[in-house]
Design a protein around this ligand. Structure first.
Ligand code: AQP
Length: 336
């Protein structure tokens, strides 16, 4: 008989640069909603960040910046556990165990590795290759049952499910790990680049014009949206007519999500308009949601000791929960 697991949410964000609109709409907005109804653990995943070289000073700054972003978006450190991954050694320990449970064939199917390693696979770090095993460890160390992620992380989450299942089978402990469920935003699962509607909006994309950062000023947002790629056709009435218009679809979907509406309603409101007019509405909507968050990040950035205190408290709480699970895992594996 299946054991009933306590509902626990886990998710992480890499401190690899400024948080952007994709992180906000694809992940953070959902994080904030979930903390109202479930026990949540939100992690600044610095061990993941170093799978691609990070300048130490930059990494240090970005860990605090991401923490400030968490708080500015509305995460409540009293309700949820907020901490940075490297301060709880159980993540790395369980990742090693999972390196031994996970299969090379599974790793070879991971599309994110292929995308990030690009044509020079031989030169990618081994860490980047086994990144999904660490992600599985992050989740299962807390026996998390739900994982809010953007659509880009769906494949990694499926792998975490396979690892949980294999561990349970291999060690004849059928109900030890829960099989975690992805929680993917239905309305906007993937925010695309403002320069190329087929590429996801990303922190590491070279051009700053490809994304809206949560710290962007009103002027920057206006400029970026004005320059965002579109096409020469007006806004259609039906979503089917956006099939081969990825940039148009992206902007309209962003507008729908930021105004808490639906694509259908947006099309009803905007159809027939050309994009220059629509872009003004989009800029206004973005400015009214994003700029207050940016202002909070700016204020929090000034108080480094406050951010460090929150991470320290969060790490202590995370360690408490994880230590109990890790001891049991080690016992199951046969360690003394
Ligand atoms: N464009 C996106 N659309 C929807 N969701 C997104 N997420 C990231 N980009 C988008 C979601 O945000 C959470 C945190 O992601 P992350 O920063 O840890 O890693 P990532 O997915 O690799 O994000 P980036 O911006 O592309 O970072 P870099 O460039 O450093 O690799 C995740 O839930 C993710 O799904």
């Amino acid at each position: 008989m299946k054991k009933n697991f306590k509902e626990v949410v886990f998710s992480g964000v890499q401190p690899t640069g400024n948080l952007h609109l994709g992180n906000y709409l694809g992940a953070m907005k959902n994080f904030v909603e979930l903390q109202k109804k479930m026990e949540c653990i939100y992690c600044v995943v610095d061990l993941h960040a170093i799978t691609v070289f990070q300048e130490p000073q930059e990494l240090n700054k970005n860990i605090l910046e991401t923490t400030a972003g968490f708080l500015a978006c509305g995460l409540d450190f009293k309700k949820s556990i907020i901490f940075n991954q490297s301060s709880v050694s159980g993540h790395a320990e369980l990742a090693w165990i999972f390196n031994c449970v996970s299969r090379v064939g599974w790793m070879n199917r991971m599309t994110q590795f292929k995308e990030k390693a690009g044509s020079n696979k031989e030169n990618a770090s081994v860490g980047l290759y086994v990144y999904p095993n660490l992600m599985a460890a992050d989740i299962l160390l807390y026996k998390a049952t739900h994982v809010p992620v953007g659509d880009d992380q769906k494949q990694h989450l499926e792998l975490a499910r396979d690892i949980a299942q294999k561990f349970n089978n291999d060690f004849r402990n059928e109900n030890f790990f829960p099989i975690p469920e992805p929680l993917i935003q239905k309305k906007i699962s993937r925010v695309m680049s403002l320069r190329d509607g087929k590429k996801k909006m990303s922190k590491s994309e070279e051009s700053d014009y490809s994304r809206i950062n949560l710290g962007d000023s009103e002027d920057e947002i206006k400029k970026k949206i004005k320059k965002a790629k579109t096409d020469s056709l007006p806004i259609p009435e039906k979503s089917e007519d956006l099939k081969n218009r990825p940039e148009a679809l992206n902007l309209l979907t962003i507008y729908s999500s930021i105004t808490d509406s639906t694509l259908e309603k947006t099309l009803k409101e905007m159809n027939g308009k050309d994009f220059s007019k629509f872009k003004e509405n989009l800029s206004d909507a973005l400015i009214s949601t994003i700029c207050p968050i940016g202002k909070k990040i700016q204020d929090l950035r000034k108080d480094k000791s406050y951010l460090l205190k929150i991470l320290k408290e969060g790490s202590n709480r995370a360690r408490e929960v994880s230590e109990h699970n890790l001891n049991k895992i080690k016992e199951i594996v046969g360690f003394i």
